[in-house]
Write a protein that binds this ligand. Structure first.
Ligand code: AMP
Length: 357
């Protein structure tokens, strides 16, 4: 067990690291952030920061030796150097899970191996392979870069055979396009002793491929919710997770659940847990990686989380005036378009979600 008073190292300095650092501080831990940028949102609330590149082996080694456990707050850190850190300190979730989540083909292959339903897919590394894959998977389909894709970046829609010309190069995956009726996610945590807890499935609404809103709980039947939770727990167990994992899923018209993506870290669709659950996803991560007992995931009330993206953040004051709104700003200076600046959670304290106009 890593006791309060110890130092937790976090790779990455964004808002997820910031909210993890705040949760760690509440439990009496110190936090050391490692990230390439000066003045990142997380280092504002952490005791130590190292500004260094993710492939600077020497700097990373120094960092690893200065902390008691390492975790991470975003996926696109090169897995190789993170695996190296295991020589000096425990890194949780295990970087093998990070490596799988970084590569869409490996991720889907790992899920298939666990018997988890996913979209139809084929690895595609050339225009010729794309043509062949389109023949097997059929239209419509989505072509995605295998690595570094997020928020819809590096994706091309294939609607007709001629769209093969939209070949984007590099290592890719072709996925059958799912006419889903809802996107949901389940956040699951697993402790060092194998205990598993999960949060209820939530509905995720995207705008321009970026998460716009999360509705908690997702408006789905209890049996479907239990099925989604079981899938997430099976994945956590199958991957031997220690830490927190977000599982993004599609629900089809026929109520089939297909897993789309994994993220072995706190997730934007779990921000509502800060204000509406007995234990937030951030505290849960800290508990899991430090070997503490996991906390209750019980929901105290229903909630609706709204991301404040780019100029949305200018509305911050109006949210403060709403009695059941909880505002979280990430301390970022520039409100660039598409940049997540903060979020607000509307709590259904009297049984009804506060509607925004
Ligand atoms: P991703 O980067 O895989 O999370 O994709 C971003 C968004 O694109 C998802 O949240 C979905 O709304 C949509 N999307 C991704 N893959 C598919 C698919 N195979 N079929 C339909 N929509 C998809």
């Amino acid at each position: 067990m890593i006791l309060p008073g110890s130092t937790i190292g976090i790779l990455g300095g964004g808002q997820l690291g910031r909210m993890m650092a705040m949760a760690a501080a509440e439990l009496g831990y110190h936090v050391h952030i490692y990230c390439p940028e000066e003045n990142c949102p997380a280092s504002e609330v952490a005791k130590f920061t190292t500004v260094g590149d993710y492939d600077d082996a020497q700097e990373l080694k120094r960092f690893a030796k200065s902390v008691d456990v390492v975790t991470y707050e975003f996926e696109n850190i090169p897995a190789g150097p993170v695996i190296e850190l295991k020589k000096f300190v425990s890194v949780l979730p295990d970087p093998s899970i990070l490596a799988a989540a970084q590569h869409r083909v490996h991720e889907k292959q790992a899920l298939r191996k666990l018997g988890v339903p996913t979209t139809e897919f084929a690895p595609v590394n050339s225009e010729k392979e794309l043509k062949k894959a389109l023949d097997t998977i059929g239209l419509p389909a989505v072509l995605k870069t295998a690595r570094m894709g997020y928020d819809g970046k590096g994706q091309a829609m294939m609607r007709k055979a001629a769209d093969v010309e939209k070949w984007i190069g590099g290592e890719c995956i072709l996925e059958g396009f799912i006419k889903f009726r809802m996107e949901i996610s389940v956040i699951v945590a697993r402790g060092t002793n194998g205990t598993i807890v999960c949060y209820p499935p939530v509905q995720n609404i995207h705008k321009n491929h970026i998460l716009s809103e999360t509705i908690a709980p997702a408006p789905i039947t209890p049996p479907l919710a239990r099925k989604a939770e079981k899938i997430a727990c099976d994945i956590a167990k199958g991957l031997n997770l220690v830490g927190l994992l977000a599982v993004e899923m599609f629900i089809t018209d026929k109520d089939k659940i297909l897993v789309n993506e994994l993220a072995p870290r706190p997730h934007n669709s779990g921000h509502w847990t800060l204000d509406a659950c007995l234990t937030s996803q951030f505290e849960q991560t800290i508990r899991a990686v430090c070997g503490l007992p996991l906390g209750s995931t019980d929901r105290m009330c229903d909630a609706r989380m709204i991301n404040l993206i780019g100029n949305d953040v200018k509305e911050w004051e109006s949210y403060l005036k709403k009695p059941t709104a909880r505002l979280h700003l990430y301390g970022k200076k520039e409100a660039r378009s598409g940049r997540k600046m903060g979020h607000v959670t509307l709590l259904s304290v009297k049984g009804k979600i506060t509607m925004m106009n």
